[in-house]
Design a protein. Structure first.
Length: 106
C-alpha cells in the first residue's frame, strides 16, 4: 500500500491533490482552521469517497503544510498573511437570557 505522502501532494500552498484526481482547495483560513474549502471530485466519485478524501486530505494538509506550521494563513482575498490574534467580538449586555422550557399540554 502506498504511503499517505505518495497519495497526496501540494500543487500550490492552497491546493492539494490526491492521486485519484480529487483536489481540495483552501479558500480561506488556514489548513488548521479552514474558513472555506472547495472539494473538486472526479465524475465517477460517489459521496462517500468524496467525504473520505476530504478527511484524508485535511489530515495530510495539516501535517505537511509549511504555511500552517509557520503561522501564515490565507485571507479571504486568497493572499497569505501572518496570522495575528484576533479579539473575540463582545456580546452586547442585554441582561436577557434564553430559557428553553418543555411544552405542557393544557
Amino acid at each position: 500500500m502506498a504511503s499517505e505522502r505518495q497519495m497526496w501532494k501540494f500543487t500550490s500552498p492552497t491546493v492539494i491533490q490526491h492521486e485519484s484526481g480529487f483536489s481540495l482547495e483552501l479558500q480561506g483560513g488556514s489548513w488548521h482552521e479552514p474558513m472555506g474549502l472547495n472539494p473538486i471530485a472526479t465524475p465517477e466519485m460517489n459521496v462517500q469517497d468524496t467525504a473520505k478524501l476530504i478527511r484524508e486530505g485535511m489530515l495530510f494538509a495539516m501535517k505537511n503544510s509549511a504555511a500552517s506550521a509557520s503561522g501564515y494563513r490565507m485571507s479571504d482575498s486568497g493572499t497569505s498573511r501572518k496570522q495575528t490574534a484576533m479579539p473575540r467580538p463582545k456580546r452586547p449586555a442585554t441582561g436577557r437570557t434564553l430559557s428553553l422550557r418543555k411544552k405542557t399540554s393544557a
